[in-house]
Structures are given as C-alpha cells and as structure tokens.
Design a protein around this ligand. Structure first.
Ligand SMILES: [Zn+2]
Length: 179
C-alpha cells in the first residue's frame, strides 16, 4: 500500500542497480557478438584487418539477430557478472545515453588499438601498406546475413523507443567516423 510517506521516500523509482547492470551486460553481449561476426566477415572477404565499417555492418545485423540467439541469456548473464566484477557503476542511478556512448567509445578505442597492432604486424611481414576494403561475397550464414542486414533490412528498420533507438542512432553516427 502506498502512503504519503512511502511516496516521499520512493520518488519515481528508477531502474534498480541490478537492472542497470543487466542493461550494461546486454550491451556488452551485443558488442561481443558483433565483434565476433565482424572478424568472421573480414576473414571470409580475404582481408586481415577489422575496420570500423566491418564492425558497423556486424552491429546492424546484430540488431536483428541479438534476440534470436539461443545463447542470449547466458551471454547477458556472463557479461552482467563481468560488469559487476570489473567496472565502476554509474552513480547517477540511471543508465542513460551518455553511459551508452561512453561504453561504445571504449569499445571503439579498443578496436583502434587492435587495428594499430595488427597493422604494425602486417607491415613487418610485407610492404603492403593499406588493405583495400572489400565486401565479402561468401555465402555462409554470417556473411550473407550481414550483407542482407546492411543492404536491405536496415533501411526499413524502425527502432522502438529506448535502447533500440539509442543503438540505431549510434550505429548510424558511426558512418561519420569512416566515410
Ligand atoms: Zn562467410
């Protein structure tokens, strides 16, 4: 029963800490899946360096695929546990767009560091300076669905308000970084 007093001490309860961690775990699981499929896409297109474009393409597919994955709950639980053990928790009580952008920026920085390391390795092996980006023409599920998501489904995608819309905007914004 709500009393005047309990309204006073529980003003518009936001998400609990556990719920925030689960959202964080969900985004980490999402990124982990996207990074894995981006790596497959790159190798199946005969390239060796994962570019932001490959990651963006894999993220577009992951938006459609994420909830279909049978490992979804395990992945989210694993990442939620990891977050609890390893990261600072936002103190403002809400997981908002800023937190999401910060998480994404960290991912991108990590990816750039990896690229830099790989590029150095590549340069040591031979003098091929830069790798030309190439679309994968492979017919495996991952390559097919990534191409299909990017070339067909994404245009028609109407994100629901909330996390989906934040992700949709952020994925579209990634284009400014590499085009
Ligand atoms: Zn493939």
């Amino acid at each position: 029963m709500k009393t005047g007093f309990s309204n006073l001490i529980e003003p518009n309860e936001g998400p609990t800490l556990q719920e925030q961690l689960e959202v964080g775990g969900m985004i980490m699981a999402f990124m982990k899946n996207a990074m894995k499929s981006a790596a497959v896409y790159v190798s199946h297109s005969g390239r060796s360096i994962v570019t932001p474009k490959d990651i963006q393409m894999a993220m577009k597919w992951e938006v459609f695929e994420f909830y279909n994955r049978h490992t979804l709950l395990d992945d989210i639980n694993e990442m939620t546990r990891w977050t609890m053990e390893n990261s600072e928790v936002s103190t403002d009580g809400l997981f908002d767009e800023d937190d999401f952008n910060r998480a994404m920026d960290n991912e991108e920085e990590d990816a750039e560091e990896d690229d830099a390391a790989e590029e150095e390795d590549a340069e040591e092996e031979d003098d091929a300076a830069e790798e030309e980006w190439e679309r994968s023409a492979c017919a495996c599920d991952i390559c097919y669905y990534i191409n299909d998501a990017v070339e067909r489904r994404w245009k028609h995608y109407q994100p629901n308000p909330g996390v989906e819309t934040i992700m949709w905007k952020r994925i579209n914004d990634m284009e400014d970084n590499y085009l």
